[in-house]
Ligand binder design. Structure first.
Ligand code: GTP
Ligand code: MG
Length: 283
């Protein structure tokens, strides 16, 4: 956009684990750039989703859910990642869910004291069976601090997402765009590839997922006949974990591979050939 005024800035999405931060980011960006699951602590890394519309470029930073131990926000790598994401943002989206304020929400809010502009977003309103409980809850929340606004949404059902987008745009400073207009994330294709595979591991292995599984992409090449050839190594620590990932007669890894390939194809918009391997690498 040459010779016209543009607005651009960073917006951090923070909240306790599992409130729907990544689902919201994907909605705001109109693309799936951050993995989601019903398991807390799905997001491990800071990841940006970019949405450029009109003369506005909103850069959303997804963050891992704050990690708590004995009702305390502990000093650990995950939480340092979240705190760093708050640096220099134009707005913070503080995400909560339902109609119950928890001690974890309170702790997250205490970390936002220095932030001038905090937009409180209440997610998962599709789950609230008695809508009358929402109004008194809003009155309760207004007293918590000076929020830019409080917006009830459903990230999953796409309710009120445009309201959030508009409020974000109002808070963007005049600036040149940080990314080319067509960008949807700051992360590399290899990173996206490993995250999509990790999401399927989380979804299909559930509680059985070895927490220290590492997804390595060994091959990522666009072949002459137009398909994307990907080979990935899943590193686990013990033989027993390898057996869990592979499943009976290879059934688990097959299911994971099919689901990952489908998502990889929709993300990269080409036919994908995916090879998954599991290797034990004790450390
Ligand atoms: N019913 C309902 N479920 C939702 C909504 N938004 C997200 N979810 C579900 O909530 C779960 C957690 O969503 P995520 O987006 O992974 O949550 P997160 O806050 O990024 O979680 P961490 O990265 O683990 O901190 C998933 O099962 C989502 O499908 C919503 O609006 N309504
Ligand atoms: Mg997440």
């Amino acid at each position: 956009m040459l010779n016209s005024i543009t607005y651009a800035g960073f917006v951090a999405i923070v909240g306790r684990p599992n409130v729907g931060k990544s689902t919201l980011l994907n909605r705001l960006v109109r693309n799936k750039v951050s993995i989601t699951s019903s398991k807390p602590h799905t997001t491990r890394y800071r990841i940006c989703g970019i949405h450029t519309e009109g003369s506005y470029q909103s850069i959303y930073i997804d963050t891992p859910g704050f990690y708590f131990k004995e009702n305390q926000i502990v000093d650990c790598a995950i939480n340092r990642t979240v705190i760093r994401a708050l640096d220099g943002v134009s707005l913070v989206i503080f995400l909560i869910e339902g109609t119950r304020w928890t001690s974890a929400d309170q702790m997250v809010m205490s970390r936002l004291k220095e932030q001038e502009s905090v937009l409180l977003v209440i997610n998962k309103v599709d789950r609230i069976s008695d809508k009358h409980t929402l109004l008194p809850y809003l009155h309760y929340l207004v007293q918590k601090r000076n929020f830019v606004e409080i917006v009830p949404i459903s990230a999953k059902k796409s309710i009120n997402i445009n309201i959030v987008s508009s409020i974000v745009q109002e808070h963007l400073p005049k600036s040149q765009y940080y990314f080319p207009e067509k960008s949807i994330t700051n992360r590399s294709q290899i990173f996206m590839c490993s995250e999509i595979i990790r999401e399927k591991l989380i979804r299909f292995l559930g509680a059985e997922l070895p927490s220290i599984i590492i997804v390595k992409i060994n091959k990522f090449s666009l072949e002459k006949n137009g398909y994307l050839n990907i080979s990935s190594m899943l590193l686990v620590r013990h033989n027993s974990q390898k057996n869990i990932v592979i499943g009976n007669g290879g059934s688990k890894i097959k299911t994971i591979g099919i689901a990952a390939r489908k998502d990889l194809e929709s993300f990269f918009k080409v036919t994908v050939y995916l090879d998954l391997w599991v290797q034990v690498k004790p450390c």
